[in-house]
Write a protein of this length. Structure first.
Lengths: 200, 265
């Protein structure tokens, strides 16, 4: 079973419906025991980093999420979910993240329209099961004002250009995060969700 | 590089396409989902559903439409038309749309923008402006744009550029600029309006009203500095396909999302 973690940060229905569309069953969960029981965990989310961490903490979801990852159960962070995988964020003050990947969440520098809204290209840096059948240079739908700066090169899986080159897919082993919305990125995004359900 | 977006707009009423065009013998021309799927397959980057239902059941009808779209079409979509209250926005966003587009209601009650942005994030709130050219003095090139509401019937006395700035300050994450002068003419978008607003605010601008062909889209996305071009009739009536528009733009150096074949089986 795929568990989509609901912690009050945005609409999860589209993610669930996209999984259904590629033949995978995904349930929306909000209790620690549901995450412990899941084979695969998806952490979506839209909104502020600080609020997200405090919601996860209040709902006692941090420990089961970190446990799922350390046990090697496949994990996918989407948008804010990717950013939460990192150690800290400078979004409206300093906040601690889940600290699964070393690095920081930063705001786009001046000179670009923020948030970045729209379709942008991902240059694949490393072949992983999550990206099987997804051509290099595929476009995905992004909506974000902050990006992740990874400390380790080996965690960088995909890179995107928005005035600067930034990390749009990160992770290692079986825990990955994507800055874009695969559930709104047509076939390229659906392929990633299908791979996550079947191949990771 | 971020692609410029091509956005078909579907006008719907009581859950049906207002402009029902036969596009295939075996498909229901009145079904917005069928039309949305066609646009998705042709390479639309996003969809706008403009709902003109005026009955007491409007909210339920819109909610149902949004849920159906999000089950079958996996590209972003926006819902506008008579979005007035927090509850209206909530039904649209929780149903699976990316954005709710707010027009007249923002003029009457600007707090709706602030409240929507605080609850759902700026990225979910689109400020939609209907603007009309007005002479500013007796000099022919000296124009300003006035905000009109209620489908262009009511003049508000507001300056469109100032209003654009206020909408963004209040939390709108994107603006749609609909030129009442250009709307329905197919003579091209109001390039100057788009450029003036784009230079004044930092959020993406969606140009609307006046699209007659790919050259108009090219003009507003280059000279007009818009991030996206919206059109209804040229796509509905099969004058141009989305693929044709994108090819035209790509040949002239405008970044667009190319169509790629991915095996989903």
């Amino acid at each position: 079973m795929i568990a989509i973690v609901n912690y009050g940060m945005g609409n999860l229905r589209s993610v669930q419906k996209a999984f259904e569309h590629v033949g995978a069953k995904a349930v929306i969960v909000d209790r620690p025991e549901d995450i412990d029981a899941a084979d695969r965990v998806v952490l979506p989310g839209v909104g502020a980093f600080g609020d997200a961490m405090s919601n996860l903490k209040t709902a006692r979801l941090i420990t089961p999420i970190v446990r799922a990852i350390s046990e090697g159960r496949p994990f996918l962070g989407i948008c804010l979910g990717l950013q939460l995988m990192f150690a800290e964020s400078e979004e409206m003050g300093q906040h601690r993240g889940l600290d699964i990947l070393p690095g920081k969440v930063k705001r786009f520098p001046e000179g670009q329209r923020v948030p970045q809204i729209g379709w942008n290209e991902v240059r694949i840096q490393r072949e992983i099961a999550l990206l099987e059948g997804v051509p290099d240079g595929s476009y995905f739908y992004f909506v974000h004002s902050f990006f992740v700066a990874s400390e380790r090169d080996e965690d960088v899986v995909g890179v995107t250009d928005y005035g600067i080159d930034y990390v749009s897919i990160a992770g290692n082993d079986r825990a990955f995060g994507v800055q874009f919305h695969p559930e709104k990125s047509q076939d390229a995004g659906l392929k990633i969700l299908k791979n996550f359900a079947e191949k990771v | 590089m971020l692609a410029r977006r091509i956005i078909p707009c579907l006008d719907v009423k009581n859950g049906r396409n207002v402009r029902g065009v036969r596009f295939s013998a075996d498909k229901d021309a009145g079904d917005p989902i069928a039309l949305a799927r066609r646009y998705d397959a042709e390479g639309a980057d996003e969809l706008v559903f403009y709902d003109i239902t005026a009955s007491a059941e409007k909210r339920d009808i819109v909610g149902k439409l949004v849920r159906r779209v999000s089950e079958e079409v996996f590209i972003p979509f926006t819902v506008g038309g008579g979005v007035r209250t927090y509850q209206d926005i909530r039904i649209i966003i929780e149903g699976g749309a990316e954005k709710a587009s707010i027009n007249s209601a923002a003029v009457h009650t600007p707090e709706i923008i602030t409240q929507g942005a605080e609850s759902f994030g700026s990225q979910a709130i689109v400020g939609s402006i209907d603007a009309i050219r007005r002479p500013n003095s007796n000099q022919i090139e000296d124009v300003r744009w006035e905000v009109v509401i209620n489908g262009g019937r009511t003049y508000t006395g507001r300056d469109a550029l100032e209003w654009a700035e206020e909408l963004v300050d209040r939390g709108a994450g994107e603006l749609v600029l609909n030129s009442i002068d250009a709307d329905g003419t197919k003579d091209g978008y109001d390039i100057e309006l788009n450029r003036m607003v784009a230079e004044r605010v930092d959020v993406p601008i969606v140009a609307s009203g006046g699209a007659g062909g790919p050259e108009d889209m090219y003009a507003v996305l280059s000279e007009g500095k818009a991030s996206a071009a919206l059109a209804a009739s040229i796509f509905h009536y099969n004058q141009y396909s989305i693929a044709e528009v994108k090819t035209y733009l790509a040949e002239r150096g405008v970044p667009v999302r190319p169509k790629i074949e991915i095996d989903l089986t």
